[in-house]
Design a protein around this ligand. Structure first.
Ligand SMILES: [Zn+2]
Length: 219
């Protein structure tokens, strides 16, 4: 909640600002508490994701390592309904795209209908919507996950690519023809999921796809 003017002081008393990662009370204007700040591994890397199609690759920008307080915040975000970190993560991703005007829109890696029903939201979509807001770009839902496949983190590198093959498709409504897309996910490990989604977008007519993830796991 945000209040301005004479109400700001009262609002801070009633709703004190909290650390985006752990929820501890923080001073006004601070988004992450010192303990979390210390245990975040900021990497700001640009990874290449192999699309396994004539040597084609796409880039993926990643602000954090999947470790420490970032890992804890993502687990709470994904599995315990604590979505407070979405805005913070969205801002961190947005900050990595100073050339944002070249994109037509932002989208996210989808989750299945069943998963969405049980979780109530798609964590990557919440982050992507926040990033889009920061970048002054529209958010569009252009991908659907049609098969509830096995969880990627339970599989080895070789199995991961096969596990995501054919589970996504382009959503109807609105053309992707010639579009430059920024595609966002929560965690990137081998890049199999982002790569598969990017391929679907490119085959549906998108001109270019670049990716971002909140964090990376190094295998
Ligand atoms: Zn904290």
């Amino acid at each position: 909640m945000k209040f301005d003017g004479p109400f700001a002081f009262l609002a801070d008393l009633l709703f004190p600002p909290r650390c985006a990662l752990c929820g501890a009370v923080v001073p006004f204007g601070v988004s992450v508490c010192p303990a979390c700040e210390k245990e975040c591994v900021r990497v700001d890397t640009c990874r290449r994701i192999d699309l396994a199609e004539n040597g084609k690759t796409i880039s993926c920008m990643v602000p954090y390592r999947y470790d420490g307080k970032v890992r804890e915040a993502i687990i709470r975000f994904k599995f315990y309904g604590q979505t407070r970190s979405a805005d913070f993560f969205g801002r961190q991703i947005a900050g990595l795209f100073p050339d944002a005007p070249r994109f037509d829109f932002v989208t996210a890696v989808p989750i299945s209908k069943e998963r969405r029903r049980t979780r109530g939201y798609n964590q990557s979509e919440l982050v992507a919507r926040r990033a889009a807001g920061r970048l002054a770009l529209p958010y569009r839902e252009v991908l659907i996950k049609t098969i509830d496949n096995r969880e990627q983190h339970k599989l080895d590198r070789k199995e991961r690519r096969g596990n995501v093959k054919g589970v996504y498709r382009a959503a109807g409504g609105g053309s992707l023809q010639g579009a430059s897309v920024l595609l966002i996910d929560d965690i990137v490990t081998t890049g199999a999921t982002l790569g598969e989604c990017a391929k679907v977008l490119l085959h549906a007519g998108a001109k270019s796809v670049r990716c971002a993830a909140i964090s990376e796991v190094l295998l």
